[in-house]
Design a protein around this ligand. Structure first.
Ligand SMILES: [Zn+2]
Length: 454
């Protein structure tokens, strides 16, 4: 087998590994590059391999940095099967068309304001093209061997992280390769722990938090304190939240706090994001993919009133009737979505709290709020920030380095080679050093487009 790193080297985005076995070519993950412009431009350059000659794709999970290039791959001629777990497929049905929609909006905006050297600016793919790519998906069960082409077999094992997330163990007769995808937390209240793996000849391991440890505080206590303080002064807690994963974890904590009498049963909670609502409903369908039993799952999802229509969402901005309350709304970094309308109405009142619930990329509105800026621009106008700004640092869906090392500790003997990917350069090097020092394995950080013989 030959393995080439077509993404997730020196960055946490663009996950794409090309596996060549004899004449056949396969991709493990097919993600978008995101973030800085130099990275995003890579989405536009042709792959080093003709998509029409790729026989199949196996996906670890549905996050766009692992699945978001699929519609483009199909647009460029890919006609093989895309294998993934059932829940990953269900999430891709929500996430990929939405991604196409955002690409179309971005292209339209670029054309309208003329900030493009391409005339006209085009979307990487459209919502329609994303929907068309769903026809190539073939969901498979966890824990069973599935044939891939003539010589390969793969097995999906649960990785925690988000609904449907998988570790992929690929074998070619005698040789095995484990792709970690994104490794979840070892003790998450909603998601299961990543399955312990005892053997692989080659290993690719992610390093998003290769140089960091998560805050040890209990998110539930933090949320209780913040919500209690805010409603005590008659305010509303507005939480910009990622629709996949984070929004559901927040509902879980809010439910528990109410069930334990730590928050009032009467406090209204709203989930205001069609995507987050659709993802939340998948929890019921995929009960085996998380820790919540059927009844508890229904109770957790029932803690919030679902706000589906734009009209109902606008009604939340009649502030006097919606204070105090908790509003969970996307997007998570306040870069777009319905939360912007709520920010306009709630930011200016010192009784309210805006609670950032996850990682805020540099330069985003969420980042500016966390850094304490006194005025924020939304839809071209400036809004004063008088609400309290808070953040939760302990709700990550990624294992930190101590959790990764603990998970790797299940290996009975070291892999022949360990490739540390999916991290910023410092994080990847830090995890490589820790694997060498703590486990005594040889580990390396591959370069973009590097090819290795397995
Ligand atoms: Zn992920």
């Amino acid at each position: 087998m030959k393995l080439s790193f077509l993404g997730a080297t020196g960055t946490v985005t663009g996950s794409k590994y090309l596996l060549e076995d004899g004449k056949e070519k396969f991709l493990v993950d097919c993600g978008l590059f995101q973030g800085l412009k130099d990275l995003r431009l890579r989405n536009w350059s042709p792959l080093p391999v003709d998509p029409g000659r790729i026989s199949g794709v196996v996906l670890t999970h549905a996050h766009l940095d692992h699945s978001g290039y699929i519609p483009r791959l199909v647009k460029e001629g890919f006609r093989g099967h895309i294998y993934c777990s059932e829940a990953t497929f269900d999430l891709c049905k929500i996430i990929l068309p939405d991604s196409g929609h955002i690409q179309e909006e971005d292209a339209e905006r670029a054309n309208r304001y003329g900030y493009t050297k391409h005339k006209p600016a085009l979307p990487l793919y459209t919502a329609e093209e994303a929907r068309a790519s769903l026809e190539y998906f073939h969901p498979v069960d966890f824990g069973k061997r599935h044939a891939l082409g003539e010589f390969l077999e793969f097995t999906l094992h649960r990785a925690g992280h988000i609904l449907g997330a998988s570790l992929i163990r690929m074998t070619d007769g005698g040789t095995s390769v484990l792709f970690s995808g994104d490794v979840g937390r070892l003790h998450d209240p909603v998601m299961k722990s990543p399955v312990a793996i005892e053997q692989a000849d080659y290993l690719l391991v992610e390093s998003t938090y290769g140089d960091r440890l998560h805050d040890k505080s209990d998110p539930m206590e933090d949320i209780e304190a913040i919500v209690t303080r805010t409603i005590g002064r008659g305010g509303t807690v507005l939480i910009p939240a990622f629709a996949v994963g984070r929004a559901q974890a927040l509902l879980y904590y809010l439910y528990k706090l109410k069930a334990e009498g730590r928050l009032s049963e009467q406090l209204p909670v709203y989930l205001d994001s069609p995507m987050a609502i659709n993802v939340t409903e998948l929890l019921h369908k995929h009960l085996n993919d998380h820790r919540l039993p059927r009844e508890l799952c229904a109770d957790v999802c029932g803690v919030a009133e679902y706000v589906r229509t734009a009209q109902a969402s606008k009604a939340l901005d009649q502030v006097e009737t919606h204070m105090p309350s908790v509003i969970v709304s996307a997007s998570g970094m306040a870069t777009g979505g319905r939360v912007l309308h709520h920010l306009k109405r709630y930011l200016g009142d010192a009784r309210n709290t805006v609670l950032m619930a996850g990682y805020q990329a540099a330069g985003t509105r969420g980042d500016r709020l966390v850094r304490g800026e006194k005025e924020i621009k939304i839809h071209g106008a400036m809004y004063p920030v008088r609400a309290k700004i808070d953040k939760l640092d302990n709700m990550s869906a990624h294992a930190d380095y101590s959790e990764i090392l603990e998970w790797l500790g299940h290996f009975k003997e070291p892999p022949r080679r360990t490739f540390v990917t999916h991290g910023e350069p410092d994080a990847a090097k830090a995890l490589r050093d820790r694997i060498e020092d703590t486990l005594g394995w040889n580990a390396e950080v591959p370069e973009y487009l590097e090819t290795v013989e397995l």
